[in-house]
Design a protein around this ligand. Sequence first.
Ligand code: FE2
Length: 285
Amino acid sequence: MPLDTASHRRAAFDRDGFLVIEDFASPADCAALIRRAGDIVAGFDPAEAASVFSTVNQEKTSDDWFLTSGDQVRCFFEEGAFAPDGSLRQPLDLSINKIGHALHDRDPAFDRFSRDPRLADLLADLGMARPLLMQSMYIFKQPRIGGEVVCHQDATFLYSDPPTVIGLWFALQDATVDNGCMWALPGGHRAGLKSRFVRRPGGGVRMDVLDPTPWPPVSPENGYVPLEAKAGTLIVLHGLLPHLSGPNTSDRSRHAYAVHCVDAAASYPADNWLQRPPSFPARGF
Ligand code: FE2
């Protein structure tokens, strides 16, 4: 189905739970974000945080560095970044898993990229009344150690009532099966939300299971499709769509940038892991 009109895009998104829009960002725009992310990592003092980002064991992420990053620009290490003696296996710039979670509000280059008027139009086409840019991540998916992101729904991490989150995922480098491209289960967004990642009243976080039925094992036979994407491609993800990305087993990095928007018309619970202080609230376009 062609994606050249708003109604085509809306129909494909409602049917599949995702859209793939090639050539959205120019090579120059991709290169500018890659450079800017490199500058941020170069200015990062690893002693500041030994936080390891992992989606395999969520409990490990429940430290202050992570939980207070909603309005900050912070670096998070790959799980496999450290040798048993605590030293880095690779140079620092090849050891960072991601930068999060307010690049779009704190960094002028990411702010400009994230608030492209074409994105506001696209979200309106998809039915989002008052988009708020709630979270942004720069994902490195480093050569050889870039970790997997297990099958999940973005509404687990950015819940609203009703669920409204839409992910805008930009390939800044070519993403292939070998270097850990995204995979999705087309139509899986109609199955409902399986879990919520919430703050515990006493501190830390937990996963609240709403539907214990496991995802079908990840394989093409079970309907999963790889979303290989050339640099500059935008992948739009429905917040309930099951998706994942494999480890990067190649020698090539797979840099991507993602922004997650929620509708201000829905309520955003106080127990969501990601919170913005009243003095620095999430903004729209
Ligand atoms: Fe996701």
